[in-house]
Design a binder for this molecule. Structure first.
Ligand code: NJP
Length: 237
């Protein structure tokens, strides 16, 4: 029977490219996000299933995960950043958004789908954290702290699931040209574009192909973590 994959945040960027890549490998892909119009177009194109999902909303996560009958691959991709500010001027609403989306969103989806991933007999959880999960930089504490916490959740599960038929891979990207910066700067396109000045950023397809590679390894091979950055990006995120 057909293997199935769940990709959260599949309405743009890395999630959308990953859904296409996994569909190309023969997976039936469940694509989830809030912008369901985009998902429906994508699902039609790749022969998958579009389902509205807000990872910050318990009821939405329950309805989404109930609708997924079988799950061989879960890609915890929904996430992002809001704002840049020194700790002294931290915006509590931005922090709440980042922690709810990146950390608790990953926890909700992983918890709900874990029984199905185990039942698969060869489950795979891919979590998209960030180089921000292994670095600290000025004005970035809201995002870096959320990505650190999301990574701790994923890495803890790697140990807790030893002996179970589930593999876990963390992907830590540097700068990828997606809607990420547009979201971070509240739709300010000028400011978003300035992020990539001086570097040739990764594109979503670069990350999607790595996830495709991870998913196509045999069941005994676990790629624990993959850091991937543009050639000219400095150490921190
Ligand atoms: O960004 P973007 P990326 N419930 O904005 C969804 C990490 N990363 O592809 O709900 C459900 O194009 C949103 O969908 P919608 C980053 O932290 C990136 O770059 O319709 N979904 C959209 O599909 C994130 O974890 C860079 O608005 C929700 C998707 O998330 C992942 O890569 C660097 C949601 C975001 O797509 C994908 O981001 C790095 C919710 N409540 C890590 N809220 C980078 N781009 O430079 C948002 O190190 N989404």
């Amino acid at each position: 029977s057909t293997r199935t994959a769940v990709v959260t945040g599949a309405s743009s960027g890395i999630g959308e490219a990953t859904a296409r890549e996994l569909a190309k490998q023969g997976y039936h892909v469940y694509v989830g996000a809030r912008r369901v119009d985009r998902l429906e177009k994508l699902a039609e194109e790749i022969g998958g299933t579009a389902l509205q999902l807000d990872v910050t909303d318990e009821e939405s996560v329950r309805a989404f995960t109930d609708a997924v009958e079988r799950c061989d691959v879960l890609v915890n991709n929904a996430g992002g950043a809001k704002g840049l500010a020194p700790v002294s001027e931290a915006d509590l609403d931005d922090w709440r958004w980042m922690w709810e989306t990146n950390v608790l969103g990953t926890l909700r989806l992983t918890k709900a789908l874990l029984p199905k991933l185990i039942a698969s007999g060869d489950g795979l959880i891919v979590t998209i954290t960030s180089v921000a999960a292994i670095s600290v930089y000025d004005n970035g504490s809201g995002y870096t702290s959320a990505k650190h916490a999301q990574a701790v959740l994923h890495r803890t599960l790697r140990g807790e699931l030893l002996g179970q038929p589930v593999r876990l891979t963390e992907i830590l990207p540097g700068a990828v040209e997606t809607e990420f910066s547009l979201v971070r700067f509240g739709g300010d396109a000028e400011r978003a574009a300035s992020v990539y000045r001086g570097i040739d950023p990764l594109v979503a397809q670069d990350i999607a192909e790595i996830i495709g590679f991870v998913a196509s390894r045999p069941p005994h091979v676990n790629l624990d973590s993959i850091v991937v950055k543009p050639r000219d990006q400095a150490e921190s995120g």
